[in-house]
Design a protein around this ligand. Structure first.
Ligand code: SF4
Length: 235
């Protein structure tokens, strides 16, 4: 490719990915973590004793389902299927029956079983590289980030529509419609969680999205980020 074209592409990339000032991101983290210490939600998969297997199962179950629903369902599920091996050897019919109360049971049963069989062959150890993780059955960008975060200790954002809403309101809108390919949102989310407590930061953003920064009526007057948020509406 001609050098001029390469330089032009790089310039365009820089324009698209212009991130907020580090000071603002630092304030975001500090205010949020302080709020989370008082108001963070307690879920069974957020305990210190949670295993890597349990973290990933929780994230798979949480996709497209309310955390409060999974909080009731999760303890029984991991009691019934305590390991990848156990899950992989269960029949699809049994898994479907078990998953029925939380919806999407056919798709979920097929995808957790396929992943569990693969993970049993791998002795429960996920590959280290993102490309290899995403090549496993039923794993997309979000779960791959969860694997890197919870199983390999690499700071990664659990970037979904809820986290995107908070980040966009506080720092400014994305440039592309699809979160997965938006370079600004992807880079911003990574920057935000790149600290000592990435899991806590992720949970804090998700909790704020569920309890304060609501889709239709954000409760800006109660929000710890109101003083730095671009879209704060204080009555
Ligand atoms: S100030 Fe309002 S819009 Fe901004 S993050 Fe908080 S609740 Fe959301």
């Amino acid at each position: 490719m001609p050098r001029r074209k390469v330089l032009l592409i790089k310039k365009l990339e820089r324009m698209i990915i212009r991130l907020p000032k580090p000071r603002l991101i630092r304030q975001f983290r500090e205010k949020l973590l302080c709020w989370y210490g008082k108001y963070g939600r307690k879920f069974p998969w957020r305990r210190a004793s949670t295993s890597k297997y349990q973290y990933i199962i929780a994230e798979i179950l949480l996709q497209r389902t309310r955390a409060e629903t999974i909080a009731v369902f999760f303890p029984n599920f991991v009691r019934e299927f305590p390991s990848w091996k156990n899950l992989g050897s269960a029949s699809v019919a049994r898994l479907q029956r078990y998953l029925q109360p939380i919806g999407l049971w056919r798709r979920r049963a097929a995808s957790v079983k396929a992943l569990a069989r693969e993970m049993t062959k791998r002795n429960g150890i996920f590959p280290k590289r993102r490309e290899d993780i995403e090549a496993l059955p039923g794993i997309g960008q979000y779960i791959a980030n969860a694997v890197l975060l919870f199983c390999h200790g690499t700071p990664q954002p659990l970037l979904d529509v809820n986290m995107a809403r908070v980040l966009e309101r506080v720092f400014g809108p994305r440039k592309l419609a699809d979160i997965r390919y938006d370079p600004y949102l992807q880079e911003l989310a990574k920057k935000v969680v790149q600290r000592k407590t990435p899991a806590k930061l992720n949970w804090a953003i998700l909790d704020l999205a569920s309890t304060i920064c609501l889709i239709r009526k954000p409760r800006c007057s109660d929000c710890p980020l109101a003083s730095i948020c671009l879209e704060a509406v204080i009555a």
